[in-house]
Structure formats: C-alpha cells, structure tokens
Write a protein that binds this ligand. Structure first.
Ligand code: G3H
Length: 540
C-alpha cells in the first residue's frame, strides 16, 4: 500500500517547542537510605527527555538533570539499613501491629497526593506518557494503596479470631519474610514500583527499591514522605546501573524476597546470582506476546478501537499490549482497511497536548530495534500497510501495521514492546491455538467474536495456555482487584490487591492444646497485651 503522503508529524518541523518549560532538576542526585535523604557526589548520568524538539537543522532532547549512579558500597548500605530495620525479625516494623502499619501508610498516601502535579509533569518529560495516562497512572496508584489498606484490614479482621480444631486451637496470621528487593519497570515507573513496594512494606518487610532505568526523577519527590512516614530503613530508594547496585545485593544472599517487573532475561540473571536460589522467594511479572484473535463474526465497530488501544496505548510499551493479531480470512481485508484508517486518525505530538495518543518511545535504543524487526519481516515478504508506518523521527516511531506476518519473522515470536502491529490471516482456529501453545509466553489473549459455539471451546483451550481471556476487549491488568499473572515465561506469582499481600508474607500460627494451663496462658498474653501477634484486637 501507499507510503505517501508523509504524515505531518513525520516532518521535523512538526516537533517545534510549544514553549512549555523543561522541568530541570538536581533531584536525581537524591536517594534514601536508613531514613536519611542523601545527595550523591559520585558518578552520574545525564537524564534526557525522550521528547525531541526541532533545533536548527536537527533535533535536541532536553537534559532534565543529573541522575545518581550509585556504587556497590552505597547499594550495600541500603541493604544494611533494611537489615537493621528487620533486626533479625525483632525490628519495630516487622513486629508492630497491622493497625500501626496501616496508620503509617495512610499518612504516606496523604503526603503522596500533595506531589501529584510534579510527578505527572516529570512522567511526561521522562518517558513520554500522555498527560491523561500520566494522571491515570498516579491516581490508579493512590487508589491501589487505598484498596490494599482496605484489603489488609479485611484480612486482619479475619485473623483476629482463633481457629479451633478438635483439641487444639490456634491464631493464624501472616508474617513478613525480611529484607526485600523491589524493582519496577520504566513503562509504569510509579505504579509498578509501588505495586510491589507497598504490599511488601505493609506486610512488615523492609524494602530496598531500585528505581527504573527511565522514570527515576519522577519518584524522587516522594522521598520525604517515605522518610517521614516510616521508621528508618523500612523504605530505601536507590538508583543506578543494575550490575553495579543490584548484583551485589542479590549476590550477598541477604535478601529474602525479589519482586521484579521487567524482562525475563534480567530475571534469570538475578535469580542465578543468589548463592542459594531456592531461598529467594520471587514475584516476577515478565514478557508477554498477547495475541488478539479476530473471529469471523467479530463486530469491527467494537474490535477496531479495542485493538488500537490494545496495541498502541503508551505506544505499545505495555506488557499487556496486543502484540500479534490473527484475523479470520473472511474479515482480513476489511479489518486491515479499517485498522489503518483508524490509526491514521490518531494524533501524534507532545504528551501534554490535547487529544494526543502517539508520543515518542521512552528508550532511545527502541527505534533501531523496531526498525530491525520491521526490516526482518519485510525480508520475508511482509509489508507495512499503513502510510508512514515505521518511520522514525528521533524517539518517535510512527506505528507500523505489518502484513502478512508468519513464523519465519522475528516479530512473530519476540516481544516488540513498541508501536508495531503484526497481522496474520487464519482460516482454521487450530492455527491460532497452535500459536498460543507453542509461544514461550502465556499472559493473556483477546478474542473478538460472539458465536458461543466457537468461543466456548476456544475459551476452554485458552484458559490453559494463558492467565486471562478477554472477550471483545483489549488485554489489560486492571482492575487491580483482579488477579494479574501469567504462565510460562510471563510471570511467577500473582499480583492483585489481595494476592500481593499474600505473596509478600507467609502464614504463621501460634497453636496449643486445650489444657487449662495453656488456655490460661493464651488468655494472659492476650489480656496483658504483651504480644502484637497473639492478640484479639479488632481493627476498625
Ligand atoms: O506493562 C505491563 C503492565 O502491567 C500493563 O498494565 O494493562 O494496566 O497497562 P496495564
């Protein structure tokens, strides 16, 4: 299909500054260890915006400020601070009541709300997320914390009573594991940093959190709130190169738990670095290659907007993005025409501009990676079927619809994590089932159609290949109360408001028999309030 005329946003002159001030800051030098906000004086990196502005004959990506590149000593200092807070399990935070932890978290969330505008502004400049989505990420995170508190109260109320069994009785609660390392990804630098940090801390685990590669600055305005609301060492925030600061922490064997949201290659490396990998409990949310399947009777009025949002929200930089489309032969021509037309209507620009849906990608290396994927597919006969698809202006990549895609092409197998939409035609549903079966990923699938005779068996097959089947909607993580997980290389453990609380804790119980002395003893401990664990206090 035609490549011309070029879209206006593919012309350098389109990317003119509209006068919005660059939020330059030295905040990237600050980090938090043991209740102290420190300023780094060692090696730094230059943090540049992913947004490029037309400048003279070329482009410039504005410098936002320096970013601390901490070293191994400082990373170990953060771990030691977490260990002091843990104090072999006797620390104030791991032994205090759930009510006290909730009180601290409620104070934190109030302080967090106060820095909303700064965080959102930096999110737009650092990773190019649209203003609406940046506010969405912030507000969703606040809601996630509030929902987590609500859920924990519920769990706590249930464990305030004793379990009685024959001649034994017990109080069963959940206890923390110990120092925990949390790492979030650049595509949700706030939300998915907090998605593990918050439940880990609420359950009593002191945390070392390594900030993502892109999205470091936006987390810094929260340091004061972390310092003021939690005891020293409960939350430690560090930044730098993974091999410099994460490797020594994991190699030390002194973290009990690893929470990592990112790619499976890094997860494998991290796990193998632990001296006793079987002791390292993990919660991992990794790569995915979610298929979208457009069946014979799909309603394209519903399907096209869902596919576009599924493939291109945040320019496809979501683990849940639709990354491979299968379209029934009878609908393929109509589908491609309508998809390309709808894509052509999407507005590109700076994240704060009204109605903008397409923005530059966060990683400056991504355009080249995507260009290679497209070139590889072309070498096997695929075409870019939308005008301007795959064209690059600095970090901006115009979305490319690739057709026909087949199993010889890299894009059929690897996660593109960017605005490339591979499409394959199918005749028999077994072809699509085989794709799901042979894929190394197993996160989600979207099915578009309405025939129960087709969908019923397909659902039954797919639920054993992936962890969520979406009917006539795009793949997604939310609502956060739903379980979010994956099979095969896509995840280990489940994240949801309730599941995360469970994942960062282990059931512990105090049990005894009904002998009068033991009954009296338990009553005495409860009445004298000498234990926070053995307690019947009701949490309101
Ligand atoms: O990048 C992976 C995220 O967990 C996707 O979350 O479906 O809410 O965009 P989302």
């Amino acid at each position: 299909m035609a490549q011309d005329p070029p879209r206006p946003h593919l012309r350098p002159s389109f990317w003119q500054s509209d006068g919005r001030a660059v939020p330059k800051t030295d905040d990237g030098l600050r980090y938090l260890i043991g209740g102290e906000i420190r300023t780094w004086t060692g090696e730094t990196q230059e943090i540049r915006s992913c947004l490029a502005f037309a400048w003279n004959e070329g482009f410039v990506r504005p410098v936002l400020g320096p970013g601390a590149m901490l070293d191994a000593d400082e990373a170990m200092a953060a771990l030691e601070a977490a260990e002091r807070a843990w104090d072999e399990g006797k620390g104030e935070w791991p032994t205090t009541t759930v009510a006290k932890r909730i009180e601290a978290m409620e104070a934190f969330v109030e302080r967090m709300v106060a820095v909303r505008e700064t965080v959102v502004e930096r999110m737009m400049w650092e990773i190019g997320k649209t203003q609406a989505d940046s506010y969405g990420e912030f507000d969703r995170t606040v809601q996630y914390i509030r929902d987590t508190i609500h859920e924990l109260k519920d769990m706590e109320r249930a464990s305030a009573r004793f379990a009685v069994e024959k001649n034994a009785f017990a109080q069963i609660r959940r206890s923390p594991f110990g120092p925990t390392l949390c790492m979030g990804p650049f595509n949700y630098p706030l939300n998915e940093t907090f998605a593990t940090l918050i439940p880990a801390v609420l359950m009593g685990n002191p945390v070392v959190s390594k900030l993502p590669r892109f999205g470091q600055l936006l987390n810094i305005p929260l340091l004061e709130a972390f310092r003021d609301c939690f005891p020293p060492g409960v939350v430690n925030i560090i930044a730098g190169k993974g091999t410099d600061i994460v490797t020594p922490i994991v190699r030390s064997g002194r973290v009990s738990m690893l929470a990592f949201i990112g790619n499976s290659r890094t997860a494998d490396i991290l796990k193998s670095q632990h001296p006793q990998p079987h002791r390292l409990r993990s919660v991992l949310s990794l790569d995915a290659k979610n298929p979208g399947i457009v069946l014979e009777d799909a309603d394209l009025d519903v399907t096209i907007p869902q596919v576009l949002a599924g493939a291109l929200s945040f320019n496809g930089q979501r683990c849940t993005a639709l990354k491979m489309l299968f379209v029934h032969r009878s609908r393929r021509a109509e589908f491609l025409d309508r998809l390309c037309a709808a894509l052509d209507d999407l507005k590109a620009g700076f994240p704060w501009q009204k109605g903008v849906r397409l923005t530059p990608v966060a990683d400056p290396k991504a355009p080249e990676f995507l260009r290679d994927l497209i070139a590889d597919a072309r070498s096997f006969g695929a075409e870019v079927v939308n005008p301007g698809g795959g064209e690059v202006v600095e970090n901006f990549v115009h979305p490319a619809v690739l057709y026909p895609v087949d199993d010889r092409m890299k894009v059929y197998h690897v996660e593109q994590f960017g605005p490339v939409i591979p499409v394959r035609e199918f005749e028999r549903i077994e072809e699509v089932m085989r794709y799901a079966l042979e894929s190394q990923f197993g996160q989600q699938v979207s099915l578009f159609g309405y025939d129960p005779a087709v969908l019923g068996p397909l659902i039954d097959h797919m639920v054993n290949q992936v962890s969520r089947v979406n009917l006539n909607t795009q793949c997604q993580r939310g609502p956060d109360t739903f379980p979010f997980t994956g099979r095969k290389a896509s995840a280990e453990g489940t994240l949801s408001v309730r599941d995360a609380l469970k994942r960062f804790s282990i059931r512990s119980l105090v049990a005894t028999d009904y002998s009068p002395r033991n009954r009296d003893l338990v009553n005495d401990i409860v009445a004298s309030r000498t234990s926070n664990f053995l307690s019947t206090d009701f949490l309101f």
